[in-house]
Ligand binder design. Structure first.
Ligand code: ZN
Length: 285
């Protein structure tokens, strides 16, 4: 199943067409995408019988695509989850996942411009897992069953804010407006994992800066589910940013950060491509 938010409305993408969820279900399912994750198994079951629509996906403009979540109750983000990214950041791989949060007000659509609040904004392409039924104390072997599906996310980070002080301010440094774009497409877990490999790539303009396989993750998605749910209740619609591969600007010598006019493009196999054009903060209002 492929799901998107088109002009603010939850929509299924079927054979290159768009189907409005609320209209097609005659009001049974909400047009608010977050609500669908809360009734996930019913929604999945209903979606299997839906016919293609009249409107073509290819006719959409980028501004019409919205974020795949607006108000998740919890957002988890994992640091240092690829070996070579830990190394470039000057850390060793931890024994347990290093977890912080991004605040929900940082969520943006997949093609919204990125206002740069400082001269130290960095990129991090990430696979984002969306929690389905969730729960507590989920065994690693059951971990994938708790996940509804996946989309692309960027974990934009203002390194000056993130690294100021001891200990550092991960959550605030990664929560400016627009620092968590999500989309353009959500794919359910079973469909997404039919791929033999999943690759993550990030470009700045025409230069590729990150390229990795999901196989390089230190803590797999089921392991993350198990570790997180051993402490907190994973709630339907929660997001898990699963960490970024090497190639961020902070790891370069000298560090290199985003500038106004640059375009960041992020691709994950099976999930499409998102892009943000960087704009100077003072020009953005
Ligand atoms: Zn990250």
């Amino acid at each position: 199943m492929r799901l998107a938010v088109i002009e603010g409305r939850a929509s299924l993408l079927i054979d290159g067409t768009i189907v409005d969820v609320e209209r097609a279900s005659v009001g049974r399912f909400s047009t608010v995408v977050d609500e669908l994750y809360r009734d996930w198994s019913s929604f999945m079951q209903w979606s299997t019988d839906v016919a293609a629509g009249d409107r073509l996906e290819s006719e959409l403009r980028s501004a019409q695509w919205g974020a795949l979540a607006r108000a998740p109750r919890q957002i988890f983000a994992v640091g240092l989850n690829y070996v070579d990214h830990a190394a470039e950041s000057g850390f060793t791989v931890p024994e347990h996942p290093m977890v912080f949060t991004k605040f929900a007000s940082s969520i943006a659509g997949p093609f919204e411009p990125l206002k740069l609040p400082s001269d130290n904004v960095d990129w991090e392409v990430e696979l984002v897992a969306v929690v389905g039924h969730g729960g507590r104390n989920i065994a690693e072997t059951d971990g994938l069953g708790a996940i509804a599906g996946f989309c692309i996310g960027q974990d934009y980070s203002a390194r000056d804010v993130q690294m100021r002080g001891v200990p550092p301010q991960f959550s605030l440094g990664k929560s400016f407006a627009g620092f968590a774009p999500l989309g353009p497409v959500f794919v359910d877990t079973a469909t997404f994992l039919q791929q033999s490999d999943v690759t993550l790539d990030c470009w700045i303009d025409d230069a590729i800066v990150q390229s990795a396989s999901m196989k390089d993750m230190v803590f797999s998605v089921p392991r993350l589910v198990s570790e997180l749910s051993s402490i907190v209740d994973l709630l339907p619609g929660d997001l898990i940013f699963t960490g970024t591969p090497p190639g961020v600007g902070f790891g370069q010598q000298p560090p290199r950060y985003l500038r106004a006019g640059e375009v960041v493009r992020s691709t994950i196999s099976g999930l499409g491509t998102m892009s943000q054009e960087c704009v100077a903060h003072r020009d953005a209002s």
